[in-house]
Write a new protein. Structure first.
Length: 385
């Protein structure tokens, strides 16, 4: 098992009716920026619950944070905070709103051009504005981790950053919000969480036995409940397991002591930046083909995955290949397109563009073995057409 440190200070507040606790979780006398997205919180009753819980607090609202939060929009929120002397941020929404608030938190007191936070992938360890979250869409795990992904419109880049100062102070996670979500968002959330686990699990065999079992438990649960929660989003058992799986998939626990990949996400972010394809859908398009191109590197873990998750039998090569096919079938069951051509007609030069962009950034050695080169990225994307 690899050396690791596990630090997660987020107070995770789970279950029905927990929004009522906002007043006790929020710092006393805080002036709050209430940040949200396109307005779904007005339809599902979450906005009213939040406002009721925070009756005694001074609140300034900032709406319109996009599904892929834009640097340009978030900088407007930074200016509001500075002008209004706000000292606490509350993100009410899904992963995009929370990711956006993380950037705002980092940018408010940043000494320099905040775009450097993204383009230089800076670690934010101090001097960030405190924030909390009320989760309305399970998917990204951003409610209990220190990572964020933000899109820069001007350069068509979707870039990640993070740091120990980027953990929410608290996150309220009420599974009843799932019942109001559109079918597509639930499907995306299941696949997003599933692929988060795969990035930390599907590498190569190692001796972190408990970590593998944690990961496999999340994968098995998502496969079991995924189609059911899409059809029955008001079922509390299904919704609560969905929400907890999405958090556990990326709250830092399952990545400790094990190798990680993340190349699927790095490629997928480019597809979202270029074509506005839903994040989860880019993962479903890229992941199976990355497994095929990197088959020899990943064969051992693919075979373990096939045996334990899908109960496959045969030679390791046979099991590993069929495990990829089973994964594609699961993605398609969850409503995912698995070809880039299903999402855009303008795909022919995509592989060259992404490979060249990775070369320009100096991303020459990606994946758990640092053997995914820009040339392999080109092949992976071409195979995904």
């Amino acid at each position: 098992m690899l050396n690791f440190e596990l630090y997660n200070p987020t107070n995770y507040v789970f279950g029905k009716g927990q929004i009522e606790k906002l007043a006790t979780l929020t710092p006393k006398n805080a002036k709050i920026l209430l940040a949200y997205g396109g307005g779904s919180i007005f339809k599902n009753g979450v906005y009213d619950q939040v406002k009721k819980a925070l009756t005694d607090f001074e609140i300034v609202e900032f709406g319109g944070i996009e599904p892929n939060p834009r640097f340009e929009t978030l900088m407007k929120a930074v200016e509001v905070i500075r002008e209004q002397n706000i000292d606490f941020i509350l993100a009410v929404g899904g992963g995009s709103v929370i990711d956006g608030v993380k950037f705002v938190s980092a940018a408010v007191h940043f000494d320099g051009n905040p775009i450097d936070i993204l383009q230089k992938r800076l670690l934010i360890k101090e001097n960030a504005m405190p924030f909390g979250t009320v989760l309305t869409l399970p998917a990204t795990g951003s409610e209990m981790n220190s990572g964020s992904v933000v899109t820069i419109d001007a350069t068509q880049e979707k870039l990640a950053f993070g740091g120990s100062a980027m953990f929410p102070k608290f996150s309220i996670c009420d599974p009843t919000v799932v019942q109001s979500l559109p079918k597509r968002q639930i499907e995306n959330g299941i696949v997003d969480a599933f692929t988060h686990v795969m990035e930390q699990y599907l590498t190569y065999p190692h001796d972190a036995l408990l970590q593998d079992r944690f990961s496999e438990g999340i994968l098995q649960t998502l496969i079991e409940i995924g189609p059911k929660v899409v059809e029955n989003p008001s079922d509390y058992k299904l919704a609560s397991n969905f929400m907890w799986c999405a958090t556990m998939a990326l709250n830092g626990l399952i990545q400790k002591g094990v190798p990680n990949d993340w190349a699927t996400h790095m490629i997928g972010h480019e597809l979202t930046a270029l074509y506005e394809i839903d994040h989860a859908r880019t993962l479903a398009i890229i992941a199976p083909n990355l497994y095929r191109v990197m088959f020899e590197t990943k064969k051992g873990k693919l075979a373990q995955y096939g045996k334990r998750i899908f109960n496959l039998t045969g030679t390791d090569d046979e099991i590993a290949n069929e495990a990829i096919n089973k994964t594609v079938a699961f993605f398609e069951t969850m409503g995912m397109p698995t070809k880039l051509s299903d999402c855009t007609k303008d795909f022919e030069k995509t592989a060259d563009f992404i490979a060249t962009r990775f070369e320009e950034r100096g991303w020459f050695a990606m994946g758990e073995k640092q053997n995914i080169t820009p040339e392999k990225v080109r092949v992976i994307v071409e195979m995904s057409y």
